[in-house]
Ligand binder design. Structure first.
Ligand code: BG6
Length: 293
């Protein structure tokens, strides 16, 4: 089903038989909402979000490509998140496990002439967004080099999880890993804690993590499971109070209700030879500990 967003841009609605709903905007190829069968929103969107181009919408899952962050020549987090994507009716095949029993949509982004001026590489970026029968949200990015010379990129699914209270959540799966700390000129540190809790601004890239990370939300009695393939790194971001005030499209206290935890590929960029394709996968699911067996 396709609906018009308030900015006039198309949004695709994916629904499963239990009533879970995912909304994907063609603006940025961005997942904008993920609701479970009880109608609870699982992704954060700022009350100050601006839905009109040219900036990316603050919330959901913006896509950072072809550059994560601002260490490069492009605008912060690259241009994919503020471009218009199209629906692709017949994309190159994916394994049946990526479609059977799921409702999904395939999106495509190709660079415009203007994009080619700032990043002179031709590519096809395909994104399948799937909602599973159990309510899991899966994102499958495929990026192909359509040029006659190699190019490199970094990437992240900048996922804004909705949480009860930043002081009450913890992240498991990042213990003992090295991380690059954006708050210390990207200096490298090693995580010493057995699970990550939050009491001030965090802006880190954990490198080479295992394929599963979890956000435990004690108050809401639920756990987000993040499974990833081809996305070795995990970005963890929360601006905390002082930084929040400096972000125009973000409320001063909203940092308490969100945590960005991204499946990403940042430390070692991906290089594609001509006609080569990279494929990744991010699967988000929810375990509700209050529902019982
Ligand atoms: C994080 C970066 O991933 O994204 C932060 O590490 C940045 O430095 C944040 O502030 C949000 O970025 P933006 O461009 O969406 O405001």
């Amino acid at each position: 089903e396709i609906v018009k967003e308030r900015n006039g841009i198309d949004q695709v609605l994916l629904k499963n038989s239990r009533g879970a709903i995912v909304r994907v905007s063609l603006y940025g190829g961005q997942v904008r909402s993920w609701k479970n069968e009880r109608g609870e929103e699982l992704l954060f969107t700022s009350s100050k979000a601006v839905f009109k181009p040219p900036k990316a919408v603050r919330g959901g899952i913006p896509i950072c490509f072809p550059q994560f962050g601002n260490c490069g020549t492009l605008e912060q987090h690259g241009f994919a998140r503020n471009k218009l994507w199209v629906i692709e009716e017949n994309p190159p095949a994916l394994p049946p496990t990526d479609s059977v029993g799921k409702t999904f949509v395939d999106l495509l982004l190709k660079p415009s002439e203007d994009d080619m001026k700032i990043w002179p590489h031709s590519f096809e970026f395909r994104l399948r967004v799937c909602l599973g029968a159990e309510g899991n949200l899966t994102l499958i990015p495929r990026i192909r080099n359509m040029n006659c010379k190699p190019f490199s990129f970094s990437f992240a699914f900048h996922t804004y999880f909705s949480i009860s209270d930043i002081n009450e959540v913890r992240v498991e799966g990042l213990e003992t890993l090295d991380y690059l700390d954006n708050l210390h000129q990207r200096e490298r540190f090693t995580e010493q804690e057995t699970s990550l809790t939050f009491e001030s601004e965090v802006d880190r890239v954990y490198v080479s993590s295992a394929n599963m990370v979890a956000i435990l939300d004690h108050e809401k009695k639920r756990t987000f499971m993040i499974r990833k393939e081809g996305l070795p790194d995990v970005v963890v971001w929360n601006p905390w109070g002082r930084k929040s005030k400096a972000i125009a499209d973000f409320g001063d206290d909203e940092y308490k209700k969100m945590l960005c935890l991204d499946g990403a590929c940042v430390e070692t960029p991906i290089t594609l030879k001509p006609n080569e394709e990279w494929k990744g996968r991010l699967e988000l699911s929810l375990i509700n500990s209050s529902l019982g067996p």
